[in-house]
Design a protein around this ligand. Structure first.
Ligand SMILES: [Zn+2]
Length: 348
């Protein structure tokens, strides 16, 4: 396990008004890792990056018009792209660096080690041409880091890749980019989008054309606890094993943690520890990119995940969903699981 902290993410892309996506997030993680002595796995990185070097990388996942739009808005920064998403004067510098860092790490990752990239800003809501599946905003995201990692793995010779997104919001951008692609299995676990940003990611949305069966949306009802999540994770593991990917990209968001601030789920260390254990069990070349998580989720969820991934024994007590909520989560999960497995088996 290696944890790379992008040094400039503590200094750049700074909101000039209150906004939950700010450099303090990375400081929370660093402090939490120091307190738990996990900082021995941590390394600061500072990659010199030029815009011209990353333009071809961005061109692999975003349309030209969107890239040009962002460059134009960045030249007029500070500005707001939409009510959720800002660009400060140095945001573009950090964006370029983040894309470059993700690509460089993923293109050379060859063993079954787990690498966690502590980077900003998050990316999973950024679709091919910006807002994905008609989302109202870009949701703090500008370029899609997870998709950059996927493309880097493809350039690295991997042909079958799984993406696991456990941020509490649907990774609509990543899903849109690979919606018709059977070489990328995208599994996303998130809060029921009926009344929750970005309002997409229903279990019925399973991909299109040749990609049908390769987009998987597990949903959690309001006030879901670790018990529900644990049930879903068992099925996630089976789906990933049935697909049998060569490598894994993880969109790691910690905003489903109880009282992190943006969601009403009741997840605790128990869930993030289990996710870590799942990654260890899969034993694949794995890269995690940081997505959401704003307060306590980062402070307590990040160390728990790392303990799990390292195989360090911890005893956490699971939070419980109300019985009706647990049953509903279970029913929805098992239905989706059987549906997806039929597709995966049919395609071999
Ligand atoms: Zn989120």
């Amino acid at each position: 396990m290696k944890i790379f902290v992008e040094k400039n993410s503590i200094q750049k892309h700074v909101p000039w008004f209150y906004h939950p996506e700010n450099p303090r997030r990375v400081e929370i993680i660093i402090n939490a890792l120091s307190k738990t002595f996990l900082n021995s796995y941590m390394l600061y990185v500072d990659v010199q990056s030029e815009l011209n070097d990353v333009l071809p990388l961005l061109g692999k996942i975003h349309c030209k018009r969107y890239i040009e739009y962002i460059l134009d808005r960045a030249s007029k920064s500070p500005c707001e792209l939409d009510p959720d998403t800002y660009l400060s004067r140095d945001s573009l510098e950090l964006l370029v660096e983040t894309v470059n860092l993700v690509y460089e790490i993923a293109v050379s990752h060859r063993n079954n080690d787990i690498i966690f990239l502590i980077i900003r800003p998050p990316g999973h809501h950024a679709g091919r041409c910006g807002k994905a599946f008609n989302a109202p905003t870009l949701g703090f995201c500008i370029f899609n880091n997870a998709a950059i990692a996927v493309e880097a793995l493809k350039d690295n010779g991997y042909n079958k890749i799984a993406v696991l997104d456990f941020d509490i919001h649907h990774g609509n951008g990543t899903q849109e980019i690979y919606y018709k692609d059977p070489t990328v299995l995208h599994i996303d676990i998130h809060r029921n989008p009926i009344d929750f940003y970005p309002f997409t990611g229903y279990p019925e949305q399973i991909g299109k054309g040749r990609g049908k069966g390769y987009s998987v949306n597990f949903i959690l009802e309001p006030e879901s606890g670790d018990d529900s999540y644990s049930y879903i994770l068992d099925h996630v593991l089976e789906i990933i094993e049935a697909y049998s990917p060569e490598a894994l990209i993880v969109s790691a968001g910690f905003d489903g943690f109880m009282d992190d601030g943006l969601a009403d789920t009741l997840l605790t260390e128990y869930t993030y520890y289990n996710i870590g254990k799942l990654l260890k069990e899969l034993d694949l070349p794995t890269i995690l990119v940081l997505e959401g998580g704003y307060n306590i989720g980062l402070e307590r969820g990040v160390p728990a995940l790392i303990y799990g991934a390292l195989g360090i024994k911890k005893q956490y007590k699971p939070s419980k969903s109300k019985e009706t909520i647990y049953k509903l989560n279970m029913m929805q999960a098992i239905k989706l699981y059987s549906h997806i497995l039929k597709y995966l088996k049919k395609r071999g």
